[in-house]
Design a protein around this ligand. Structure first.
Ligand code: ADP
Ligand code: NI
Length: 199
């Protein structure tokens, strides 16, 4: 099994190539590691969690819009590597439930682990870095004091600060507390500096 996980990691590395606006290979690698840690705490099936985590963005709508409905990239990888079809369906279901924007409730403990791991990666210091990398890639302002929307600081309120309340597993809830506190501390410091002081 770890042989297949390694092969899937190599496939993801190749697939993401130079993509750096939030869905780079290292995001996948972090989600994989975090999801496995959650799977262990929850007694979830580690093989299913590993493969779903590694392949969760292989058919992302921003990266591969032509396969995002069918999940053709993930399906092809799993089929070519001899994964049995019942397992493939479990993995594809999880991938379809991961995304924040899709907003689905996980239908298995394995899916809960992958969804939580993906959301944890949008929080904390890494989440801050990813948000500004994404905003920069879309030429968005870091902050818009007039509050007309579309800034990266605005994205904290639209999404990042909600994530703590959306965790499924106990271990992820605990980790989310810490990462959410970091987001709030970051915002406090950001506004203090924006307003000319350091306090
Ligand atoms: P998902 O895969 O859950 O749909 P996204 O593709 O929306 O997630 O997000 C990928 C990364 O980019 C996350 O870290 C997210 O916070 C960040 N991101 C998405 N939209 C924005 C935005 N409008 N401004 C800043 N960061 C964003
Ligand atoms: Ni992701």
């Amino acid at each position: 099994m770890s042989g297949l996980a390694d092969k899937a990691l190599a496939y993801a590395r190749e697939l993401f190539g130079g993509e750096m606006s939030g869905h780079d290979f290292y995001h996948t690698e972090r989600v994989y590691k975090t999801a496995l840690r959650l799977a262990e705490a929850e007694g979830a099936d580690a093989e299913i969690v590993a493969l779903a985590a590694i392949l969760h963005d292989a058919d992302d709508h921003k990266l591969s819009p032509e396969t995002c409905e069918t999940k053709a990239n993930a399906r092809r990888f799993l089929t070519e590597n001899g994964v049995e079809s019942a397992k493939i369906e479990r993995i594809i279901t999880i991938i379809g439930e991961v995304s924040f924007s899709v907003g689905k409730t996980p239908t298995s403990i394995e899916s809960a682990c992958v969804q939580d791991a993906d959301r944890l990666d949008a929080m904390g210091a890494v989440g801050v870095a990813r948000a500004f990398a994404f905003g920069g890639s879309r030429n968005r302002p870091i902050y818009d004091p007039e509050g007309s929307g579309g800034s990266t600081i605005g994205h904290f309120y639209d999404k990042l600060l909600q994530l703590k309340g959306l965790m499924n597993t106990a271990a992820a809830k605990l980790e989310a507390e810490k990462r959410d506190a970091f987001l709030r501390a970051f915002l406090d410091e950001f506004y203090a500096e924006w307003n000319g002081g350091t306090e």
